[in-house]
Design a protein around this ligand. Structure first.
Ligand code: UD2
Ligand code: MN
Length: 570
């Protein structure tokens, strides 16, 4: 018993737009009580009643006309070879509005062909590589929650278009409980009529987060290799066995321009003690080890979204921590786990995937929880041993948070006899600066009641070193180390006094270069911090909390005496 009604179209607030015939099925939760005259439906906006798209069934001809509308938006030639698209006038205004909810320019995306070409961003050497004919088959898993239509479909088409037919076993789309109307019946219809039969769609019955969404995809996979992708990617070359990541090219979030570096330059994954993924230069020892510029390049961590792994190995190596919610932290978890438990994580330079990097999340976080922080606390407890002290120094708030049960993960670690985090740091990531190990001094650096402090500056940019009232407890902002190289430093940035600069007295915090030079300091017996290149000393004379320190002639005065919390004289 179902009801039918005609809506043609509902002028939409909240992006709620339906055209054509629609039918509510008996028994569907929220809808059976409503009679479907247009006025009535307009009254039940999606904000009032969470009508789910699966409850709404449009006819095939409705979908055809919706898809035809989509096709009309496409401007042939636009964005081809990955070129940027700029909008003007009303359209630009509309786009700006949409970016606030989508986190990228969906108007531009809608205008670009779903099968546009992108530049070949690989190193020219890649063209000469001969691949084995008998490679294992691949299942591509694309997860999404409430993602924009055109970028999602472009991701799928891009995979189909750029994969060898016989190697692509299937594409599994995992819908993590989206409630956008567009991703409902229209997506089913599109898959049925416009995409090859090897494209499958799994709908999760509740919001599960990207970790459990990927697990659902992996459980259903029949290929030999799993390839995971975000839902806004383009292009894919080559798939191979083991835990492999591509070079990720940037697709501009505003113009959808496909950036690339002609194959020569790329970075690998690192991490910060505050628990975030970062990009870092390929270490020299790795450049030497791999030999060939397009050879597999070992990476201490991975970004998380895009990787290929042998299906059996995926399960063997502990798949994912299924108790991680929504987003964040699973990438470092997998990176540490794979290395510590005997696996290998490599960037394959001849494999390229473009990704739209967005500046915020266009989807909800149920309960508004900091899932990245909580998930990372799980990572710290399971994988980082004593080094978790450095994570919790940055995030003392997470010491008391309920991060759930980690028994299973710990059992897995001991069952697999995985190596410890110290081994990982020494062997996989020896370049990683450990704030309080193999250093001459560390902790707060005190002069009277003032302590050196980063003054909450964004450490990605250069800033001037200052002081602040010493905190009772040691917080990250006052943690400084004097490294064995003589750097007065933090995790990534070093105190530097440019010898030629006009305001030569101020101390700049800038990226550590490890070459001593302007970044070399010595802690003298009298507590003076001597800047070797200028022969001056760090001084807090006449300054207050929040002010900047300077270097000046060494004079044996109290404002030039600095005391580290921890100091190893040698
Ligand atoms: C990066 C990764 C992402 C993931 C994340 C850490 C890349 C290119 N992307 O963030 O894959 O590893 O770091 O967790 O390396 N999604 C769901 N359900 C949710 C939340 C997200 O299905 O509850 C989907 C989402 O629609 C998207 C994918 O998961 O397809 C990744 O989300 P994102 O694009 O917001 O993450 P990103 O690229 O900022
Ligand atoms: Mn993404």
């Amino acid at each position: 018993n179902s009801y039918t009604g005609k809506i043609n179209p509902i002028p939409s607030e909240n992006n709620w737009k339906l055209t054509g015939n629609l039918r509510f099925l008996e028994g569907s939760n929220n809808t059976s009580n409503y009679d479907l005259v247009p006025e009535r439906l307009r009254a039940i906006s999606p904000l009032d009643v969470p009508v789910r798209s699966k409850d709404i069934i449009l006819t095939d001809s409705d979908f055809e006309s919706i898809i035809a509308e989509d096709e009309k938006k496409i401007v042939p030639g636009l964005g081809e070879i990955g070129s940027p698209v700029h909008l003007y006038g009303e359209e630009a205004k509309l786009a700006e509005k949409m970016i606030k909810t989508e986190a990228f320019n969906v108007i531009v995306s809608d205008k670009i062909s779903l099968t546009r070409s992108v530049p070949d961003s690989r190193d020219p050497l890649c063209k000469d590589v001969l691949y084995d004919k008998n490679l294992p088959s691949a299942t591509v898993i694309i997860i999404f929650t409430n993602e924009a239509w055109s970028s999602l479909i472009r991701t799928v088409k891009s995979v189909i278009l750029r994969s060898k037919e016989h190697l692509l076993k299937e594409i599994i789309l995992v819908d993590d409980f989206s409630d956008r109307e567009e991703l409902g019946g229209k997506l089913d219809y599109y898959i049925k009529t416009r995409l090859p039969s090897k494209v499958h769609l799994i709908r999760l019955p509740e919001r599960s987060g990207l970790i459990r969404a990927r697990l659902a995809g992996a459980s259903a996979a029949t290929g030999d290799v799993l390839i995971f992708l975000d839902s806004h990617c383009e292009r894919l070359k080559e798939s191979r066995k083991s835990v492999l990541v591509p070079i990720i090219d940037v697709i501009d979030d505003q113009t959808l321009e496909y950036f690339h570096s002609n194959g020569k330059f790329f970075q690998v994954g690192g991490f910060t003690w505050s628990g975030h993924f970062t990009w870092v230069d390929i270490p020299k020892r790795e450049i030497e080890r791999r030999g060939n510029p397009i050879g597999p390049t070992r990476s201490p961590t991975m970004a998380g979204g895009l990787f290929a792994i042998d299906k059996n190995y995926f399960w063997e190596i502990g798949s994912y921590d299924s108790q991680m919610d929504v987003w964040g932290g699973e990438n470092l978890e997998m990176s540490f786990r794979v290395w510590q438990c005997g696996g290998l994580l490599e960037t394959i330079p001849c494999s390229r995937v473009g990704h739209i990097f967005r500046s915020f999340h266009p989807y909800s976080f149920p309960g508004n929880r900091d899932t990245h922080g909580i998930n990372t606390a799980r990572v710290a407890h399971v994988w980082m041993d004593d080094y978790k002290r450095l994570f919790f120094m940055h995030r003392p708030d997470l010491l008391t948070v309920d991060y759930g049960d980690i028994t299973e993960r710990k059992e897995f670690r001991s069952r697999m006899k995985c190596k410890d985090f110290k081994w990982y740091l020494q062997n996989i990531y020896p370049e990683k600066f450990i704030l309080d190990e193999n250093v001459k001094a560390f902790g707060r650096v005190r002069s009277g009641t003032l302590c050196l402090d980063n003054l909450q500056r964004n450490e990605r940019n250069e800033y001037t070193l200052g002081v602040y009232h010493c905190h009772e407890r040691l917080y990250s902002s006052q943690f400084f180390s004097l490294s064995n190289l003589g750097e007065l430093r933090r995790e990534e940035v070093c105190a530097d006094v440019p010898s030629q600069s006009a305001d030569q007295k101020k101390v700049k915090m800038m990226k550590c270069h490890g070459m001593r030079g302007n970044q070399e300091w010595e802690l003298l017996k009298n507590g003076h911090l001597l800047h070797k290149a200028t022969g001056n000393c760090l001084d807090s004379m006449g300054i207050q909390s929040g002010d900047e320190v300077f270097v000046t002639q060494c004079r044996g005065i109290p404002s030039q005496v600095w005391v580290f919390d921890n100091y190893e004289p040698n």
